[in-house]
Design a protein around this ligand. Structure first.
Ligand code: ADP
Length: 366
């Protein structure tokens, strides 16, 4: 049905702009467009919108029964994203038709389309990055996220049960489990993000003087709360020097090595963190008495997603912690490696230069 076109009196297009950026995705936006255009420009016209697929040429939409029609190209940043056609069964434009205002509305719509297309892009880009990355990520997400999510859901649902009464101690136990699983999920997401930052060559190091023995002590104190099977020993000479390094990133490396030392020593045992000065660098080692690593796996540890077998025992992890640690240490101009004997334990060591060196990141000029 076509009504007599009436002029839209709103002076500016702010309402249109707000409405355009609000939809969750492009499909929602396209569905809402005719209504938004009528509200912003004037009532009583017919509207057709066509969006070009992947910037390819497209056929402009047409209104078969219109006697008057006008086409508004949707351009943004020099790209033709599509076109809008407005039409009327009357032979002339409605008297309120304002070509300039319609053009400004079209620019806004093009910017919104570009915005929604960009928002949808990361998933698309991931999808095109080769089957192996896709399946690795899918495997991590399905495997590693499902377990913590299931227990968060389970504990939360239990707490919400209307008919159940939980005493204070049980409630606290459930909440602690939710808290721990949420930390686990956060770590997982951070690992995946860090891996992509590193892959994009965007890892930045902000050096400041750091006292490694203090940092190790703090990391141990935090971890010791989660295990009563392991004992921790800290062994640094009293005159161990401060080094210039990125505190957050080195803390991340230490936490990862300590976490692994606990994770891969299911029977417990001693975990020794030691430090020494060797020439113009410091060497920090984390030694455990855990399951150890087979010689043929030692040189694969720093490859993304690599996980050595754990004799059928399920150990949560992504295979991203060590490659991330490796990238962080190398960005500082240091090295990281492992020595191990199956069934006896593993020692991970890394070096940091005493004086800052040209790092790989600097060398790339990024
Ligand atoms: P994740 O622990 O999440 O699997 P990492 O990159 O931190 O990922 O470690 C990669 C693999 O190296 C682990 O899956 C495990 O097989 C092995 N690994 C790491 N640290 C130890 C350790 N201290 N003892 C035995 N194996 C280890």
């Amino acid at each position: 049905m076509t009504t007599t076109p009436t002029k839209q009196t709103t002076a500016d297009l702010d309402d249109l702009a707000c409405a355009l950026f609000r939809p969750l995705n492009l499909d929602d936006l396209l569905a809402a467009l005719p209504g938004l255009l009528a509200a912003a420009l004037g009532d009583g016209l017919e509207w057709r919108v066509r969006i070009a697929a992947d910037d390819r040429p497209f056929e402009a939409p047409a209104l078969a029964e219109a006697r008057w029609q006008v086409s508004l190209p949707l351009r943004h940043d020099g790209r033709l994203l599509g076109a809008i056609v407005a039409g009327s069964r009357k032979a002339v434009a409605p008297d309120w038709w304002d070509e300039d205002r319609a053009g400004r509305a079209a620019s806004l719509i093009a910017a919104a389309i570009d915005h929604h297309q960009r928002a949808a892009r990361p998933a698309g880009r991931l999808a095109s990055q080769g089957a192996h990355l896709r399946s690795d990520l899918a495997a991590i997400l399905s495997h590693e996220m499902r377990t913590p999510l299931a227990s968060i859901k389970g504990y939360a649902s239990a707490l919400l049960l209307e008919d159940a009464y939980w005493d204070e101690e049980t409630r606290r136990e459930f909440l602690l489990a939710i808290d721990a699983e949420t930390d686990h999920l956060t770590q997982l997401i951070e690992d995946v993000l860090d891996a992509s930052i590193i892959e994009a060559g965007a890892l930045r190091i902000e050096p400041e003087p750091i006292l490694l023995p203090h940092m190790v002590r703090r990391a141990i104190d935090k971890l010791a709360l989660r295990t009563d099977r392991h004992r921790f020993v800290l062994s640094f000479p009293p005159d161990f020097p401060a080094v210039m390094a990125d505190a957050l990133r080195i803390d991340q490396v230490l936490s990862n090595l300590l976490d692994n030392a606990v994770k891969y020593s299911p029977q417990g045992g001693l975990i020794v963190v030691s430090g020494r000065v060797a020439g113009d660098e410091v060497v920090v080692s984390v030694a455990d008495q855990g399951i150890g690593i087979a010689p043929e796996h030692l040189n694969k540890l720093f490859e993304r997603y690599f996980r050595a077998s754990t004799n059928g025992r399920r150990v949560a992890g992504t295979g991203l912690g060590l490659p991330i640690s490796d990238a962080i240490i190398r960005a500082h101009g240091g090295r990281i490696w492992a020595e191990s004997t199956v069934g006896q334990g593993t020692v991970f060591s890394f070096t940091l230069p005493l004086a800052p060196r040209d790092t790989e990141t600097d060398a790339e000029g990024s």
